[in-house]
Design a protein around this ligand. Sequence first.
Ligand code: IPD
Ligand code: CA
Ligand code: CA
Length: 257
Amino acid sequence: MKKMIEIAKKAALEAGKIHMEFFNHDKEIFFKQNEFDLVTNVDRQSEQVICSIIKQEYPEHAFLGEESGASTNLSEYLWIIDPLDGTTNYTHNFPHFAVSIGLYKSGKPLLGVVLDPFKKEMFWAIKGEGAFLNDKKISVSNADCLKKALLATGFPYGRDNILEKNLEYFKKFIYKAQAVRRPGSAALDLCYVASGRLDGFWELNLSPWDVAAGVLIIEEAGGKVTNFNSDKFDYNIKNILATNKKIYTEMQEELNS
Ligand code: IPD
Ligand code: CA
Ligand code: CA
């Protein structure tokens, strides 16, 4: 496992260098599903670099990357990659974005790395060995009720009923929590719950690459991640509730009422 986490960190750092090279400089911007769903040359280049570093060491492993999709080979090991989480922030030179790399074995998380290259913060975890921010162990917060809690969420790119639904949740939580934020990188939102900067996070319709690494980082930091119905999280579940455990029930009730 030591070698695997080193490779994951190296791949994240190399992708982070590409982010920083183009940050505050011109980048090529393209549209994906609609005019709000952006991708840049930096997303694409970063994913290529990450995959080539990992493939050099583990050519037989499978990959699922946001920009290149799923590899065709079968392996019990699956690397799930978001080369640039927070692309909208990034295109505006808003300094809150990340690289996210998770490794799963037979569907179970083995390790996760989320790097914020602007702030030079690397969140990482290995199954059973705790969660870390750079070299320091992290753990979730102690906030024990919504009134004391700082929450975050994110909104989908589609202007549809999922957006409407989340606006309803946002309205509920903004009345009940101490405050609610929309930082713009789901991978970092999860790591902020893991490190106690946030007490809870929810979002609808996420993809495996948004959460594959962050979920393990929260669990290893003592938090709890499920879907809105309390089913244990796996990376294919789209609607996610991530908390410090203490505000779990209160948040879950709001999401189901
Ligand atoms: C997005 C970010 C955002 C979240 C969106 C994601 P991307 O990922 O994580 O915070 O609200 O749902 O799609 O497109 O920047 O990789
Ligand atoms: Ca993402
Ligand atoms: Ca992305």
